[in-house]
Design a protein around this ligand. Sequence first.
Ligand code: ADP
Ligand code: MG
Length: 215
Amino acid sequence: MTGDAEGSASTVTAADLAGWIRHAAELVAAAAERLTRLDAAIGDGDHGHNLDRGLAAAVAALPADAPPGKTLIAAGRAVVSKTGGASGPLYGTALRRMGKAFGGAEEVDAALLGEGLRAALDGVRELGQAAGGDKTMVDALVPAAAAYEEALAAGTDLAGCVRAAAGAAEKGAEETVPMQARKGRASYLGPRSAGHMDPGAASTALILRALADVV
Ligand code: ADP
Ligand code: MG
């Protein structure tokens, strides 16, 4: 990370992003039982283990010496091929779209990171066709991208923008509890899907918390 005189980072490097993927893998591994329990309540009980496997593969696929964009594209490709379930292609698309948004940049500043987050959300929405309120990971990603952009517009530094996004994702995940699922496996339960947090929204909050921890 490069920083200003006060030591607050103004950009993230490929090494920071690799650190993000590693830390996300750790947080998801530690929460795998909880995520799987959430999925057992309204789905098929595999989400924690799916994502644990996918992120472990992403860690193994991290390139040694590549720019930020290529680093995330490699991670996303591994997530698509190794994560089972609906969430694998969605998370893989999110990472690949974010990587693509970074282009050939050697360092990602706060504005570009925000563009990456927005591109990730757009990719998930295009692929999954879920809207806000459908009780999916979109309910964590939409407030996260909005909070990031709001913080950026207010002149907040990169770390502060990411913290705002992570906090908004956590709140968004909480807000999925009373929702009735309209997309994915949980939608088969109809009204019985209400009363539980969406597992994908919960894991999205963890992944964004991992980013806030490393920047
Ligand atoms: P599966 O449902 O195939 O078992 P997972 O358990 O790994 O896959 O992931 C379930 C999560 O995927 C859900 O909690 C939800 O957040 C997310 N999800 C499922 N379908 C969609 C969709 N169409 N759009 C966005 N997110 C979705
Ligand atoms: Mg599942």
